[in-house]
Design a protein around this ligand. Sequence first.
Ligand code: G3P
Ligand code: MG
Length: 245
Amino acid sequence: MNNTINFAHRGASAVCPENTMAAFRKGLELGATGIETDVQMTLDGRLVLIHDESLNRTTNRSGLVKDMTLSEVLEADAGSWFGAEFAGERIPALEELLDLLQGRDTILNIELKNGTYLYPGMEEKVIAAVREYGMSERIVLSSFNHYSLAYCKSLAPEIRTGILYGEGLYRPWDYASSLQADALHAYHLAVLPEFVAGAAEHGVVYHPWTVNDPERMKYLIEAGVAGIITDVPDVLAGLLASRGV
Ligand code: G3P
Ligand code: MG
């Protein structure tokens, strides 16, 4: 049985506005067994799911999340930019996604977007929410801010962490081990089969991003990655099914 996790990147972001409840629901409908989402923090300390630090690209409002309250963020339309049929979609609070996934066996990759703004207190809040929902075993916390990941691990050793990186990390499994991280979230072109094998020997798994080409998906599955982060979970689901698994 091939149990490669099929992570819908920002939800089913090829066919829905990214990081909306519509995108998350669609991802599940299309066969995703995991969801990847990005979290930022509002002025009043609430966790919201949006990729950019600002609302400018993906909503009808402008401004930085860190300068807005949750109620201001919720006023924004996060769907119309993508398509009129998505008008009225909102930027979700993290809890809305946890609600959706509660009672399912979906794996949730929460990417902490705390590289540009550090969002003091974000780690504690994310972990508190995950624990409140009893979902620690189904979560992978990732970030390009590796100090934050080490801090998450010190706060919550039971929650998996994944190191986000772009390219050229030398013996990435050693680096992962030094942070007590469980996974390597590498840009997919930085992943070679020998790296996957090297990591496996050290108990570290790969979850490469963002893979939309079926040929590249096959290459990575054969290399033995534990999961793939994709904008097209339907394509990956079809591929996994066609491999007789
Ligand atoms: O978590 C994988 C991927 O989402 C990292 O890049 O910019 O899409 O958040 P980005
Ligand atoms: Mg992301």
